[in-house]
Ligand binder design. Structure first.
Ligand code: PRT
Ligand code: ZN
Length: 283
């Protein structure tokens, strides 16, 4: 039995549930429950506060967990980072009042900085040999400069609108973060096998999220050139169309690559492009 800890409610909850469901696990969303069994996989879900998950995994109360990388770095728990999961992306940044002029990190010397991430901030200041006063506060960090509690803050930023509406500007990115899968460092064999099975599924789901299935029609004269820029998993499939002189080409491309080559494809006479999501991808 593998015990999987996820956030009970908050920004990581839905992404964690979606990922596990996409891996084929039958689960309920855990409203009003601490623990639910997975019906079709030898696992149990524990619903916890995200801050508690690293410690529970370290202590073996849970075997694996999904948390933000920022939380792992702050807690400094002895757990393994198994996989970056690509959702709940954010950054931990330093921000100062928008009218203050900032040159570089030396600005922070002797200043008061409010944050909920004192360890991450301490390490950053040490690296840059800056001495500041760290104010550890647990919520609403962004109001600290406005009420005279601090000269700067370090907090999570996603769109930047919280900083903007509090009259602050972002001046340094200290850390890029996303949801990660962590595991206990001493999993017994049976649990390690279950983790490997789950990880295989997670990797198939994550690969599929990055890639799209592409179908397009092209004049036969340009097939060679189109195939060159559309490599596919092995090589693209080319099927004749009912209209002579034309073929349908099918392939798999990463979404970012697709946007890079779209103009080239059109210049080569490609028509009727369809981009279709892929659910799972096993290579
Ligand atoms: O109750 P529990 O302790 O479990 O949850 P929590 O309140 O501690 O955490 P939660 O749910 O807010 O966030 C969980 C994780 O989501 C964080 O640890 C990050 O890894 C990740 N994440 C992604 C974020 C954001 N985006 C985010 N925007 N966490 C917080 N924010 C907050 C931020 O603190 C700030 O107040 O959103 C505001 C900034 O957002 P923008 O869009 O205005 O820049
Ligand atoms: Zn939390």
């Amino acid at each position: 039995m593998l015990k999987i800890a996820i956030q009970k409610s908050g920004r990581l909850h839905d992404g964690s549930i979606d990922l596990l469901k996409n891996c084929g696990l039958k689960i309920s969303n855990g409203r009003n429950q601490l623990m639910t069994p997975v019906q079709n996989f030898d696992a149990q879900l524990l619903y916890l506060r995200d801050d508690d998950i690293p410690q529970y995994v370290q202590d073996g109360v849970a075997d694996i967990g999904i948390i933000g990388e920022n939380v792992l770095l702050e807690k400094q728990s002895r757990v393994d980072l198994v996989k970056k999961l690509g959702f709940s992306k954010c950054r931990v940044s330093l921000a100062i009042p928008k009218n203050d002029s900032y040159t570089d990190v030396r600005f922070l010397h002797g200043k008061k900085i409010a944050t909920s991430y004192p360890n991450i901030l301490g390490a950053f200041l040490k690296k840059h040999r800056v001495k500041s006063e760290i104010h550890n506060i647990s919520g609403s960090v962004e109001i600290a400069p406005g009420i005279g509690l601090a000269d700067a803050i370090m907090d999570i930023v996603s769109t930047g609108s919280t900083l903007l509406s509090n009259g602050l500007k972002e001046v340094e990115t200290v850390l890029e973060s996303e949801a990660i899968l962590v595991a206990s460092q001493d999993l017994e064999k049976e649990r390690k096998n279950l983790l490997d099975q789950l990880l295989f599924r997670i990797e198939s789901v994550l690969k599929a999220r990055d890639y799209k299935y592409i179908l397009l029609n092209a004049p036969n004269d340009n097939i060679q050139e189109i195939v060159q820029i559309l490599p596919g998993m092995k090589s693209p499939t080319v099927l004749p169309l009912a209209e002579s002189g034309w073929s349908s080409i099918h392939s798999v491309v990463s979404e970012s690559h697709f946007w890079e080559i779209i103009d080239q494809l059109k210049d080569l006479g490609a028509e009727g492009l369809l981009i279709v999501p892929i659910e799972k991808m096993v290579l």
